[in-house]
Design a protein around this ligand. Structure first.
Ligand code: 4AD
Ligand code: MG
Length: 449
């Protein structure tokens, strides 16, 4: 019977056949312990010299890491291992023998750049493997969340004529005799979809020519973008909260083993089920000013350094990375910050009727230094106002003429948000850098492999 490591505990006391790769080896003399992985997990295979033919023992002793193999043997209980079982080898055959695997298994942490050069192989190792399994669950949870709630999946194009999120991070692509831009966000198309279907969700890759070297920025990342007719800012916040709670809840429920491999302390993740504090940008400034003063007077060198970076760009500006980190430290859970100054946000956001210098927008800040994971807003639904904003932001009219039609024919209040999948996975898994949350990361310095 051919089995997988994941289901091996259902086969205790049975003879099984396992196909996989040699992950590691300990022991010598008469007893070898092979760690064998098959993509679903890693199991210890015990090769006892007295139980196998001589050539099998010699093979088990000789073959190198990542040799592809077929192992036969009996499954036995082993309470000391995380898996609860091990395999007593009776036979082993080799599909391909390897001796020069370029990654040391113990090298999960050091020199991440060297490992990223070998990303096509590194994904076989325990830690990246666990992170990417969590990603898979997160993506499935997102799809399930919207499908169960009756959203129509609405794919936006990747080649676009215009910028959605500002021209400074656009990737230009020659497009026959014209220039196209890789999509920064599917939102404008999502808005067309919302007026056609009521509730849609755009889900696909997006691109930003980010020159930043932070641990939060990729040049290619996946974004999920719900867009809903008749949804106003409070509804956008409710939806973002529910979606994040659902996705994190699913990962906690179904990826417990992966999170254990990652040694993730899930205490803060568990807080996700509580309502997220909702504060305005102005209220956030007050909290930050207080923390800035406290940190400066703390006598703690690290906090004092952080204090210098808080509110660096002044009171009427966007929040910086340090501001987001500190907000996360303070609230120890996801925080919604709404009504940023309008001038720091995109052209399509609606102004707050109570104070037109503010946008009806929301960012969700994740704790533990991850920062913004969601950006969303109620959209400007007035034709005249939108035309003013397009002019003010110098968006080329010919590229958004079609979008303006949405305000000419049956315009209604509507809104939505975008969540970066990798930032969400970065937070759930606790990985240091967002580049570990995608199989083949693209950053300012990396286009390979
Ligand atoms: O805040 P952003 O720029 O919002 C939009 O693009 C809106 N059009 C979305 C919408 O309302 N439909 O990006 C949304 C999210 C961020 O909160 C972040 O999670 C992620 O996308 N993101 C990035 N992730 C990784 N690398 C980058 N360079 C990212 N830029 C944004
Ligand atoms: Mg944003």
């Amino acid at each position: 019977m051919t089995v997988t490591v994941r289901t091996l505990k259902d086969s205790v006391d049975h003879e099984v056949e396992l196909k996989g790769w040699m992950y590691n080896r300990r022991g010598s003399g008469k007893l070898l312990f092979l760690q064998v992985r098959d993509g679903t997990g890693i199991v210890q295979v015990v090769v006892n010299k007295k139980d196998v033919p001589e050539p099998v023992f010699e093979t088990a002793k000789r073959i190198g890491i990542e040799s592809s193999i077929i192992v036969r043997g009996r499954v036995t209980k082993d309470d000391r291992s995380a898996l609860g079982v091990e395999l007593q080898c009776s036979d082993l055959s080799v599909i391909q023998e390897v001796h020069d695997y370029p990654i040391q298994i113990t090298e999960d942490v050091p020199n991440i750049d060297k490992l990223l050069d070998k990303r096509h192989l590194w994904i076989r190792s325990r830690v990246p493997n666990a992170i990417l399994r969590v990603r898979s669950e997160v993506v499935q949870a997102i799809r399930d969340f919207y499908y169960q709630r009756g959203y129509v999946l609405f794919d936006a194009p990747m080649f676009t004529p215009a910028s959605c999120e500002g021209s400074s991070t656009l990737f230009e692509v020659p497009y026959f005799d014209a220039t196209a831009y890789l999509s920064q966000s599917g939102q404008l198309y999502g808005e067309a979809g919302a007026l056609a279907f009521g509730k849609v969700v755009v889900f696909g890759p997006t691109f930003r020519a980010e020159k930043s070297k932070t641990r939060r920025h990729l040049t290619e990342f996946w974004m999920v973008e719900p867009e809903v007719a008749f949804l106003e800012l409070d509804g956008v916040m409710d939806l973002a909260e529910q979606q994040i709670q659902y996705v994190v809840g699913r990962a906690l429920e179904r990826c417990a083993e992966e999170l254990k491999v990652l040694e993730r302390d899930t205490a803060i993740l568990q807080q996700v089920s509580k309502p997220f504090p909702r504060i305005s940008h102005a209220e956030a400034q007050v909290v930050l000013a207080k923390l800035k003063a406290e940190f400066a007077a703390s006598g703690n060198e690290e906090l004092q350094k952080l204090s210098n970076d808080i509110l660096k760009s002044g009171p009427d500006a966007d929040l910086g990375a340090a501001d987001e980190t500190v907000i996360g430290m303070h609230f120890k859970q996801c925080v919604m910050i709404h009504r940023y100054p309008r001038h720091v946000k995109a052209f399509y956001m609606k102004g707050d009727p109570a104070d037109p210098t503010k946008a009806l927008c929301v960012d969700v800040i994740a704790p533990e230094g991850v920062g913004e994971i969601v950006g969303g807003s109620q959209r400007e639904d007035s034709l005249d106002e939108l035309l003013k904003q397009i002019e003010h932001h110098k968006v080329p009219m010919e590229s958004v003429e079609w979008f303006v039609d949405l305000r000419r024919y049956g315009s209604v209040p509507h809104g939505g948000f975008g969540m970066g999948v990798e930032r969400c996975v970065q937070w759930i898994t606790g990985c240091q850098h967002v580049r570990e949350a995608i199989p083949f990361p693209r950053t300012i310095y990396r286009l390979n492999p």
